[in-house]
Design a protein around this ligand. Structure first.
Ligand SMILES: NC(=O)c1ccc[n+]([C@@H]2O[C@H](COP(=O)([O-])OP(=O)(O)OC[C@H]3O[C@@H](n4cnc5c(N)ncnc54)[C@H](O)[C@@H]3O)[C@@H](O)[C@H]2O)c1
Length: 249
């Protein structure tokens, strides 16, 4: 498969390595210093585009891919309030887009079990729940897209929670934040060089249950993005990464 990479930062470089190891070809690489190469003609050399850039550039990059008629896999986070609009544009124009707040297979298993666990915890209302996420200090968005997906999975399934609120700290000290009973606290911590750790904590007076995913490096996200490109490149429509997994069989 011929792949175009939009964004050649930490993720773009690992995606390139994994794509080459899976016998794909990188036909275009765009970063902030060669934006003039981002033309429909260049994009059309690719079977699929993989986009890992920044919240400020992701929407215009999606637009470039739609205009060039090339399927796009979007890993950039921090734009999810625009999903309904982009979904509509994608479907009306018969385009192809797959996005994920987290492409790692392990995290998608975590998302699935998180929803099942939240549903089950309706029977145990003496537990309160919160989400903690830790990332490297360069991360631009807080809470992480992954933490938002986790929080939404809880809110959709646990009757006592109806919205999430976020508190950001720049150290590893968990503050004792108080929120309303219907609010789900997402505590975001920024610590040097942590690729991504997410914990769901159910706490009662007598004990705590912690459900945790720890990324050891970025390779899992990158492999998931390449698998997504392989899965989506000859399909039409707007997909979330869950479409790629079949956890119910
Ligand atoms: N979905 C996932 O699985 C997943 C996993 C890890 C990171 N991310 C997200 O991916 C994004 C990138 O992460 P990263 O760690 O590679 O960041 P990074 O800062 O290392 O790299 C981003 C790159 O994009 C480039 N860039 C900026 N504007 C651009 C534009 N208009 N066109 C092309 N390139 C442009 C920057 O120069 C930089 O090299 C972030 O939003 C991050 O949260 C998602």
């Amino acid at each position: 498969m011929k792949i175009a990479l939009l964004g050649y930062g930490k993720m773009g470089k690992i995606i390139e390595k994994i794509a080459l190891s899976r016998k794909h070809e990188i036909v275009l690489t765009i970063d902030h210093d060669n934006l003039h190469d981002l033309t429909p003609e260049n994009l059309q050399k690719a079977d699929v585009v993989i986009e890992f850039t920044m919240p400020a550039s992701v929407l215009s990059n999606i637009e470039h891919c739609f205009n060039a008629g090339v399927p796009v896999v979007v890993g950039t986070t921090g734009w999810y309030d625009k999903i309904p609009e982009i979904k509509q544009r994608c479907e009306e124009g018969n385009h192809t887009l797959m996005y994920a707040s987290n492409f790692s297979v392990g995290v998608n298993i975590f998302f699935h079990v998180n929803r099942l666990l939240a549903k089950m915890m309706n029977n145990y209302p003496h537990y309160d729940v919160q989400v903690e996420e830790i990332h490297h200090i360069q991360k631009m968005d807080a809470p992480s897209g992954t933490a938002i997906t986790i929080a939404e999975g809880i809110i959709e399934n646990l009757d006592s929670k109806s919205e999430w609120v976020n508190v950001l700290t720049t150290d590893d000290k968990s503050d004792d934040e108080t929120v309303d009973a219907n609010q789900l606290l997402i505590e975001s911590m920024r610590i040097d060089s942590v690729p991504g750790t997410h914990t769901v904590i159910y706490d009662s007076e007598v004990d705590s249950i912690e459900f945790k995913h720890t990324a050891h490096n970025r390779n899992g996200f990158a492999l998931g993005a390449v698998l997504a490109a392989e899965w989506v490149h000859n399909k039409k429509g707007f997909y979330s990464v869950e479409a790629m997994f079949d956890f119910n069989s």
